[in-house]
Every structure is written in structure tokens, then in C-alpha cells.
Design a protein. Structure first.
Length: 198
């Protein structure tokens, strides 16, 4: 995997997010860090279960002249109608989802047939490596103290099993200078052409 700095990951993430249009559901929208990247024609819907983050997100959404109410919900149970969004977006969020398979099923349900699934995530290192062993060791602490973050998250196989075709997958090692590099991905998927899972 190519090694890049965190600033380069941000640049690549911004380019990917700028490419999305239409009705966008951002799951785990945090405090609105991605607002700076959205195209003008994006009709944004924010889902954020954490009350404090949702408060800050609401303030930023108002300053952006956003009129839709924020969704107080988790990715496993999205309070939207079927086939109601063009894009499901998440950045560094699937690691905190308790049931990624259930969330993937919800993403499929709310996406229109030609919709896009776009994620930027840190992921598990290859099993059997020292880095994976380190991720396993720190995960109990990160789950407790970092919004439920699982460092051993491996979402792509789960998304593909739910019926998403991987359109583009960039695998990267992100170097922060504060420890070992972090395996990360930029992922884009679509519902399988035949509409079936697997």
C-alpha cells in the first residue's frame, strides 16, 4: 500500500466528496467536518447519534442554510423512506457501527437504484501481522473511550456481501508521525447490477 501523510488523505477525501451530488445522506456526520467539501447542489441529510456532536452539527448546518432536520439515529436503523437518497457517505464512521451488516442493508434500502456508497475509513491490518495484533490490543480501550471505535474493522467484505459492487477501492497507509501508519481506504460502491446480494 502507498504511504501518505494525513494531509494527503484529507486532500483525496475532499476530492472524492466534491464528486458527489444530489440527495446525500451522511452517516455519523460528526460536527460537520465535511461541509467544506460539498458541491453547491448537494441536498444534505445528516445522521448523528451522539447528542453533543449533533448539537454542534446543528449549529453548523444552520449557518450553511440547511433546512432538513438532523436525524437522531444509528446507521443500523435509518429513519428515511426506501430509495430516497442518491449517495450514502461516511468518513471514519463504520469502525463505530455495532452491526455493519445491518447498516449495509439499510444503506441499500435508502439508496436509489443508481445510487453511490462512498466511505473513507481506517481498516484492519492484515491478520497475522504485528500491526493487527496491536489493533486488537487497543480496540477495547478505543471502544470505551473513542466513540465505540473498532481498530479491527474490515467493512469491504461486509458491504460486498450486502450486494454492493466495489467500483473503486484505494488502499493506503496513513502516516501521522505519532505512531505506526494506519491502514485506510477510500471506497466507492454501487448496488449490484442484478440487485441481488453477493
Amino acid at each position: 500500500m502507498p504511504a501518505i501523510a494525513r494531509a494527503e488523505l484529507d486532500r483525496l477525501s475532499g476530492r472524492l466528496i466534491r464528486s458527489i451530488h444530489g440527495v446525500v445522506l451522511e452517516v455519523g456526520a460528526g460536527e460537520g467536518e465535511n461541509f467544506r467539501w460539498f458541491a453547491r447542489d448537494v441536498d444534505w441529510i445528516g445522521l448523528e447519534p451522539d447528542p453533543e456532536r449533533r448539537r454542534v452539527l446543528g449549529e453548523r448546518a444552520v449557518s450553511r442554510s440547511h433546512s432538513r432536520p438532523l436525524l437522531d439515529a444509528r446507521a443500523e436503523s435509518i429513519p428515511l423512506e426506501a430509495a430516497s437518497v442518491d449517495v450514502v457517505l461516511g468518513t471514519h464512521v463504520l469502525c463505530s457501527v455495532n452491526d455493519v451488516a445491518a447498516a449495509a442493508a439499510e444503506f441499500r434500502r435508502v439508496l436509489r437504484p443508481d445510487g453511490r456508497l462512498v466511505f473513507v475509513e481506517h481498516v484492519a491490518a492484515p491478520r497475522g501481522t504485528w500491526k493487527y495484533a496491536l489493533q486488537r490490543a487497543v480496540t477495547p480501550l478505543s471502544v470505551r473511550f473513542d466513540h465505540g471505535c473498532h481498530w479491527t474493522s474490515d467493512p469491504v467484505p461486509v458491504l460486498e456481501a450486502a450486494g454492493f459492487e466495489t467500483v473503486d477501492l484505494r488502499e493506503l497507509e496513513v502516516v501521522s508521525g505519532l505512531g505506526p501508519s494506519v491502514p485506510s481506504i477510500l471506497y466507492e460502491g454501487r448496488v449490484s447490477a442484478d440487485g441481488s446480494a453477493g
